[in-house]
Design a protein around this ligand. Structure first.
Ligand code: FAD
Length: 564
């Protein structure tokens, strides 16, 4: 231990996730430490991640988000009595004097200022939602969603003021969660997203298009590749103007990202990243070893530096880990923070959407040599009610390492995402993932779990056994009107029910392909497919064995096909 803790004074600025986590662990490890946590807000330690679910009315008292699992409010008195540290709310830190080791604070209700002296200081000031300087942004009923008040305003506007239409600006995960909440409340919801697909920081386009398809099926109006130009109305918002249209609305929810609150640190001369965010080491120490920082106000690095650095990852999961690392280090426990993989998961109506590591687009921008594979199929056997999931894996070819996974589906995405995240955390190769020893029983998974089967497809591609096109490439080939054959190898029954409406489609059920292969031309490119492309892959192998060289299967088949 660095100090007995007897006289150590620790001041923590910020009381939502990282701050209270640090303080609580610190008092458990070092009961004699004198810990004071301050926050400029009135309410601390709440689950901001639950705000969309309050808006959709999953529960009616927003203060549930401020309760322990057994229903006790996490008030300053609670923290003092149960955890043993002091909490000052409505108190803002206005400057840090590093040479004197003191923080100047202002009591917002009285205007009184005082100095708090520290031996160790923790900055956990979080992040602030971006509000771009768009004409009309200051009109009434234009919100961001960050704290309890924001969510209460939004819900009141619906339930008490009769708002019927909403525009969500930004198709990131919080934007989509809010769009779902507002739709469930019965509003006419539009999303305006500047990029060419939703979840642009999280997913490659062909996976994001599956999410878009689902949003549209659920009645959300989606305007991608559209830039918000102005918010119209008098006092209250009445419409938004994009570069392509006007959209009438009663409210606007901005969800275009957050920026780290690093001003205090900057003013105190601590090293910060040029794009924002306090720079910290593996123990969350800033450039001043007596000052720590964690949560949304810092920049992180990837566990594997070649995946790019630094990375801004404003996630509650990470803020809590930082809190623990900081408390450990203050007490002398050496537990380095290994870095992030940006593991993110969210619910979009019936879909679960997850991502770990980097996308193919990011990998290509980093000039990494990548191979990818998309797999689609049920999360457990069909006779147990399996539901579809679609997995995209991205590997670095040279080292055969998994560097990214994207998963979407109505089945159990979360289990596969966490297996992928754990494997990546320990630096697994695709070969290792292909033979993981995972639990199997029909209620939970097929004998070979989808995460392993996806690795098999990827290995088959890396070993030149499988040749395939991802849906975007296949779509491009089809659009370019190449003289191709779209070989549907499903059963006659499946063929009669759905499929591509395209005159280049030839239907030969897989069981007849060996006999009827001569009906196909070896001079044409052949794209094989079925429902999920297991049979599509088999067809590719059968045709290869008969001397057809220009054969590719469409990855993920019709289930992963994101177009009409
Ligand atoms: P914050 O939560 O930003 O808290 C910082 C606190 O510091 C604030 O209370 C602020 O008032 C206080 N403060 C700032 N400056 C000062 C000052 N000068 N003096 C005194 N006090 C100050 N993350 C996930 O991992 N999964 C999710 O599903 C998820 N969903 C989310 C959904 C929504 C709608 C939102 C808004 C966030 C979600 N997040 C999610 C992100 C997660 O909530 C944040 O990453 C987490 O709250 C960050 O915690 P923090 O302690 O770093 O900072």
């Amino acid at each position: 231990m660095e100090s007995s803790g007897e006289n150590i004074k620790v001041v923590i600025i910020g009381g939502v996730a990282c701050g209270p986590k640090t303080a609580s662990r610190l008092k458990r490890l070092m009961p004699e430490a004198e810990v004071t946590l301050i926050d400029k807000s009135a309410t601390i330690s709440y689950g901001a991640c639950g705000l969309p679910y309050y808006v959709e009315s999953l529960f009616d008292d927003v203060m549930v988000l401020n309760e322990t699992p057994v229903g006790i409010r996490r008030t300053p008195q609670f923290f003092e009595a149960v955890k043993g540290f002091k909490v000052l709310t409505r108190v803002e830190a206005i400057s840090i004097d590093r040479s004197e080791r003191k923080v100047r604070v202002k009591h917002l209700d009285t205007g009184k200022e005082e100095d708090l002296y520290y031996d160790k200081l923790v900055i956990a000031t979080g992040a602030e939602p971006l509000r771009p300087p768009i004409p009309g942004i200051d009109k009434s009923r234009v919100w961001t969603v960050r704290n309890l008040e924001d969510a209460v305003f939004i819900r009141n506007a619906i339930e008490k003021e009769g708002c019927k239409k909403a525009v969500v600006v930004g198709g990131g995960y919080i934007g989509l969660e809010m769009a779902e909440a507002l739709k469930i409340k019965g509003l006419d919801v539009s999303i305006v997203e500047m990029c060419d697909h939703v979840l642009p920081q999280m997913l490659d386009k062909e996976i994001a298009l599956l999410v878009q398809k689902h949003l549209v099926e659920k009645g959300v109006k989606l305007f991608v590749e559209e830039k918000l130009e102005a918010i119209e109305g008098d006092d209250y918002v009445k419409a938004v103007r994009t570069n392509k249209r006007m959209i009438d609305t009663d409210m606007v929810v901005f969800s275009v990202g957050v920026k780290p609150r690093d001003e205090l640190a900057r003013k105190a001369g601590l090293a910060c990243h040029e794009k924002g965010g306090i720079i910290v080491n593996h123990f969350c120490q800033t450039s001043d070893p007596n000052i720590y920082a964690g949560g949304d106000c810092v920049v992180n690095s990837y566990i594997y530096p070649y995946l790019g650095a630094p990375v801004y990852t404003p996630l509650g999961s990470i803020a809590n880990k930082h809190g623990r690392i900081i408390a450990n280090h203050i007490t002398g426990l050496v537990t380095p923070f290994m870095g992030v993989l940006e593991t993110t998961i969210c619910k979009v109506f019936d879909l679960t959407v997850g991502r770990v590591g980097i996308t193919e687009e990011m990998a290509r921008n980093l000039n990494l040599d990548v191979e990818t594979a998309i797999w689609a199929g049920p999360d457990k056997p069909h006779y147990m009610g399996g539901k579809p999931i679609i997995i995209k894996m991205i590997a670095q070819k040279r080292y055969r390492k998994l560097i990214g996974v994207e998963i979407v589906g109505t089945g159990d995405v979360s289990k596969r995402l966490d297996v992928a995240a754990t494997s990546m955390f320990f630096g697994a190769t695709v070969d290792q993932i292909a033979y993981l020893d995972l639990g199997y029983a029909p209620p939970y998974s097929p004998p070979l779990d989808p995460i392993m089967t996806t690795a098999h497809v990827l290995l088959n591609k890396m070993n030149n056994i499988a040749k395939s096109l991802n849906p975007l490439e296949a779509y491009r080939w089809m659009k370019e009107k190449r003289d191709i054959i779209l070989l549907d190898v499903r059963t006659p029954q499946e063929f009669s029910e759905s499929g591509f409406k395209d005159e280049r489609v030839i239907h030969i059920p897989l069981g007849q392909l060996r006999q009827r292969a001569s009906e196909l031309s070896k001079d044409k490119d052949i794209l094989t497919f079925c429902k999920v492309s297991m049979r599509g892959y088999e067809a590719q192998r059968i045709l290869n064995a008969q001397g057809f060289e220009r054969v590719w299967f469409i990855e993920g088949g019709l289930v992963a096909w994101p177009f009409e």
